[in-house]
Design a protein around this ligand. Sequence first.
Ligand SMILES: [Zn+2]
Length: 270
Amino acid sequence: MPELPDLEVAKTVLNRILTGKIIEEAEIGNPILLRRPTAEAFTQEMQHRSFKAFQRYGKILIFHFKPEAQLYINFMLAGRLKLQSPSTTKQKTMGFRFKLDTGWDLRYVDSRQMGKLYLLLKDEPTSLIPKFDEQGPDALDSALTLEVFQQRIKKFNAVIKHVLVNQRFIAGLGNAYADEILFAAHVLPFRKRSSLIETEIDALYSATTSVLQHAIAVITSRVDDTLQFEVRDFLQVHGKGGQPCPVCSTTISSVKSGLRVANFCRQCQI
Ligand SMILES: [Zn+2]
């Protein structure tokens, strides 16, 4: 699934290659993904708009258009953007297609059909997007200082991994990078937040920035402009259950908790 580093790199690529480009034609595939407005209104509104800028907030990518409108994309588990030739067979899982003046299509496809698309026109407020305004600060926001992180985390009393992926605490962390941050900070995922001492909270804060920045650098170095990337092989523990820990060689644990699997090292994390 796309997480913050994937979307941050996608944002940078989109800003570089699509800013100023015009949508000649828009088409909706599966209308279930479009939460607002109707498919008919969407295709009419998108036609002849140009891309002004691309932004990311947490795990949501935002397209800003001229004349003013914003498209919010929540990719959920399996949403993907693809730049493809218009002659490419339309995917059954396609959410929308923009035919661009560059001769290419920008398509949103979603094999799980769980993503959510919201188009806001002019000054329609983000309160029209469920839960958007409840999110905490973005995980890479410079305003998220150690002090702010320490203050915010005190309000959440679940096990620490659940706190990290709670978008109301900070926005942007998902299952994969929460595992990576906990490993880097040497904290076990199922510790209660209230059991963590100050140095452990500080380590989680440092690891949040360093793990995400490192991931963005690695992904940036390995992608091209097609947006078709899924680089995960550099992760330390996530998705590596049963393999040796890269630090101590202990077998990496894999524990299912609800719909998520937690991967961690029982030796390196306490
Ligand atoms: Zn280890």
